[in-house]
Unconditional design. Structure first.
Length: 544
């Protein structure tokens, strides 16, 4: 964690061995690693094709080249070496689940969701209070009979392990979270299981299913038969079973894991083929204007034309497909060949042009016997959403060139759509055009006051990072804010920092957005409050 060198670890262990000569302390870092390996928490190194086509594993273990006829990439870097080109590091799940029940306190907490949780129909404090959890218990009663059976959540995202270096590298850790524990423990670092590390340098994309093969095989076995485990609290052995409830990702990773492409004209995974989209000729991107169909049928915005796309909205919300209906759609699509070999990429490109559906593959998770019956299979990470929304709001309010959404391309698209005439570009001197100021943009003096306010705020220890250090008052800029900084900013600081600077209508929208995120991100959710938020704030947020 502190980036110690192996030599410094050896020196510390030798020092401890001299101070406590009767204690059983390893004399070197190498011996310490071997000692931990004996606990059973080992790591399996599985060689993979450099084009993400297949593993050199199981039936392909003795091969020197990729088994795919269109790839045939070598396994090793050179014929005379045994250094593989790509290695998946997989951490088996069974021994890590078994270790949870070795400790009496933790073994008792693994039953908390069933024995000590207070069931309140209006309150959600734990995933066990959700409809998805209760629906899973009804569909799989034999699994729900033993509260020690583990429910898991899976989270994954790419990151650059080289930090601020210019190297472009995408490595994907996969984390499993056991939800049996009480809420003050289940989302803490000691109970996060690192399941695998998917190597780079490129993101796996839709080929990520290749790397999930060892985990899915283990999950299928854990659900069907389980693994014999010793319960230290009850002092007995039992067959421990486990099930994956859902995944948690940002929007691009959502598409990789679910199989529904989150790009182009049908990007919405809720509306699916009924997604209402429009391509912007100047901004060169798709916009989605069909959110009014989720409003009540008598809502006044359904009759509005000028403020939206120039048309009235009479459609009902799209029907939510069940897992079985989704599975039937996936069975009709053509089998996907995984890999990034040049011949395969050309073939995939041709198929993408011919394919009108946004389904790109059947997710490997559908091999789990319960996956199609899960009420919720994929979730979006709220931290990514908060960061993106707040970054866009701040960039637009302060008119930061690289972050604002109010660009000349957006103004030209508004003109083509016949919306917001007061924002259309006006003729200037010569061939240039002038961008009229908008009601939501701060003036130079207001930007300075905005930054001065942020530079003076202080938080209790542990509540947030040092946000004032990210403020450049003279340049009127915010630089270096992290995801949690935006999380605190949009919930606590945005209404205070902009008070008295904007018109009442614009300021009211910012206050409602702040309240919306603060409510849905609270530790305890109340269903009646969530329904009120949906009616009062959700559609105002979409309108913004």
């Amino acid at each position: 964690m502190n980036r110690w060198t192996c030599k410094s670890a050896d020196m510390l262990l030798k020092f401890l061995h001299q101070v406590f000569p009767t204690a059983l302390i390893p004399s070197s870092y190498y011996e310490a690693k071997n000692f931990i390996r004996e606990l059973g928490l080992k790591c399996e190194k599985i060689h993979a094709c450099e084009n993400d086509c297949a593993f050199f594993w199981n039936e392909n273990k003795g091969l020197d080249h990729c088994p795919d006829e269109k790839c045939k990439a070598p396994q090793y870097k050179s014929p005379n070496s045994k250094i593989p080109r790509k290695v998946l590091r997989y951490f088996p799940l069974k021994p890590r689940l078994q270790r949870l029940f070795v400790n009496k306190e933790i073994a008792q907490d693994m039953r908390w969701h069933k024995e000590r949780r207070v069931d309140n129909e209006n309150m959600m404090l734990h995933p066990a209070d959700s409809l998805a959890w209760k629906d899973f218990d009804r569909n799989h009663k034999s699994f729900a009979e033993d509260p020690r059976n583990v429910r898991l959540g899976l989270a994954s995202d790419g990151f650059n392990p080289f930090g601020t270096m210019s190297n472009s590298y995408s490595m994907w850790p996969v984390i499993l979270v056991p939800y049996n524990l009480p809420p003050w423990k289940c989302l803490k670092d000691p109970f996060f299981f690192l399941s695998m590390i998917i190597p780079g340098p490129k993101a796996p994309g839709n080929d990520i299913d290749i790397f999930f093969r060892p985990l899915v095989n283990e999950l299928k076995e854990l659900f069907a038969t389980g693994v014999e485990t010793y319960d230290a609290f009850r002092e007995e052995k039992f067959m421990l079973r486990a099930a994956l409830l859902w995944t948690i990702n940002d929007f691009p990773a959502y598409g990789y894991l679910s199989g529904w492409s989150t790009k182009r004209y049908k990007a919405c995974p809720v509306c699916l083929d009924e997604t209402t989209s429009l391509y912007l000729n100047n901004g060169h991107k798709c916009c989605y204007m069909g959110h009014r169909r989720f409003l009540p049928i008598d809502h006044k915005w359904r009759r509005e034309k000028k403020q939206f796309n120039g048309e009235r909205e009479h459609r009902q919300p799209p029907r939510t497909l069940s897992g079985e209906e989704v599975l039937q759609q996936l069975l009709r699509i053509e089998q996907v060949e995984f890999g990034k070999a040049p011949d395969l990429l050309q073939q995939k490109k041709r198929k993408r042009v011919q394919n009108s559906s946004n389904w790109k593959k059947m997710s490997i998770f559908f091999e789990l016997p319960y996956w199609s019956t899960n009420k919720i299979r994929h979730n979006l990470d709220i931290m990514h959403i908060v960061k993106n929304v707040c970054e866009s709001l701040v960039g637009t309010l302060m008119n930061i060139p690289s972050r604002t959404k109010d660009t000349w391309q957006a103004r030209e698209d508004l003109k083509e759509m016949g919306l917001k005439e007061e924002l259309h570009l006006q003729p200037g001197g010569g061939a240039s055009k002038v961008m009229p100021p908008a009601c939501y943009t701060l003036s130079r003096l207001e930007k300075k006051n905005f930054c001065q306010f942020l530079s003076t705020i202080k938080f209790p220890d542990g509540f947030a990072s040092n946000i004032p250090r990210c403020v450049k008052t003279k340049e009127c800029q915010l630089l270096g804010m992290k995801s949690h900084d935006y999380y605190v900013f949009i919930q606590r600081l945005l209404p205070l920092a902009t008070r008295g600077m904007l018109s009442k209508d614009v300021y009211q929208i910012l206050v409602e957005i702040s309240n919306f995120f603060r409510k849905i991100c609270s530790r305890t959710l109340y269903l009646d409050e969530l329904e009120m938020q949906e009616k009062k704030y959700y559609f105002n947020t979409m309108q913004t």
